[in-house]
Ligand binder design. Structure first.
Ligand code: ZN
Length: 302
């Protein structure tokens, strides 16, 4: 009888009780933000690597085990992670069903850009940016609502530690504020610089730091450019005084260099996610790296 009772109690206690809360995030950026709030009270894995094609992640068997072991799944949400559906289907755990409190959708409470031009495309199986642009973590001010969602979820699992999570978040936001002032000062001379992007990764970042994005090499998010779209974009760059072509670490470097040269622009590779450059080791240093890369290129373009 006593043994049965003990087993019953054990079953009610999660495997991670007493240790750090295991969390699965869908990006290295969310991983870093969860670590900023959770500190040593969390153990976070990212299901996506630091560098990958936008919205495309190859699902590996180890990721299923990581998700099964997690107490929380933290995601970008909207249609940012089309690859996640396959993992969720394989894991088939009601804890991660839509609407479950164990799934944190960080897009809640974020004012989306490009929502007015929302479209859902089915060509080549691509369904991205259908509700608005999903790359909202690249405005550092959006770290406020994102970390607020994370804090609520962690405090629900560990109510006794709420004050610690809050103190960690406050420390992170104070650091963010002082760095944001520095980044804004560094970018001030370049406000209004017109830029073309490869994928529409950068509208939130551009709005925050005063860049004006006028076109994308991808005719629709996730769709590679045709030769005629490339030619018209190069024409647009030449005619429109576009000084900058923003690519990602996953972009085709030869194509980027060719388009920049023909369009009369400077090319810069910006890092959309933590770990995409060894110096971008956490969420705040991701912006340190990108602001440094941008200002270096823009300074020589003058
Ligand atoms: Zn995208």
């Amino acid at each position: 009888m006593r043994l049965a009772l003990a087993l019953l109690l054990l079953a009610a206690v999660p495997a991670w009780a007493g240790g750090p809360v295991p969390v699965a995030a869908t990006s290295t950026d969310l991983q870093s933000l969860i670590e900023s709030v959770g500190g040593e009270l969390v153990r976070v894995v990212s299901l996506a690597p630091a560098v990958h094609e936008p919205h495309q992640v190859e699902v590996k068997p180890g990721q299923l085990a990581e998700l099964r072991a997690a107490a929380l799944l933290v995601r970008v949400g909207l249609d940012h992670e089309p690859w996640l559906a396959r993992i969720l289907q394989a894991v088939n755990d009601p804890r991660f069903a839509p609407g479950s409190p164990d799934v944190v959708d960080c897009s809640k409470g974020i004012p989306l850009l490009q929502a007015e031009t929302a479209r859902v495309r089915s060509e080549r199986g691509v369904h991205v940016h259908g509700f608005g642009n999903t790359h909202y973590w690249l405005d550092p001010e959006n770290a406020r609502p994102i970390t607020a969602s994370i804090l609520d979820a962690l405090a629900r699992l560990r109510p006794a530690e709420r004050a610690r999570f809050e103190a960690n978040r406050e420390r992170f936001l104070t650091d963010l504020e002082s760095r944001l002032a520095r980044w804004t000062r560094a970018m001030a001379p370049y406000r209004g610089t017109r830029a073309v992007v490869v994928h529409e990764t950068w509208p939130y970042f551009a709005r925050r730091f005063g860049l004006v994005i006028t076109a994308a090499l991808e005719p629709s998010p996730g769709v590679p450019p045709s030769p005629s779209h490339l030619a018209s974009t190069i024409q647009h760059m030449k005619a429109g005084g576009v000084g900058l072509l923003i690519a990602g670490p996953e972009s085709d470097a030869a194509l980027v260099d060719r388009v920049a040269a023909q369009g009369g622009a400077r090319a810069v590779v910006l890092v959309p996610s933590v770990g995409g450059d060894p110096a971008a080791r956490d969420y705040l240093s991701l912006f340190d790296v990108n602001i440094r890369r941008l200002t270096e290129v823009l300074a020589t373009a003058r």
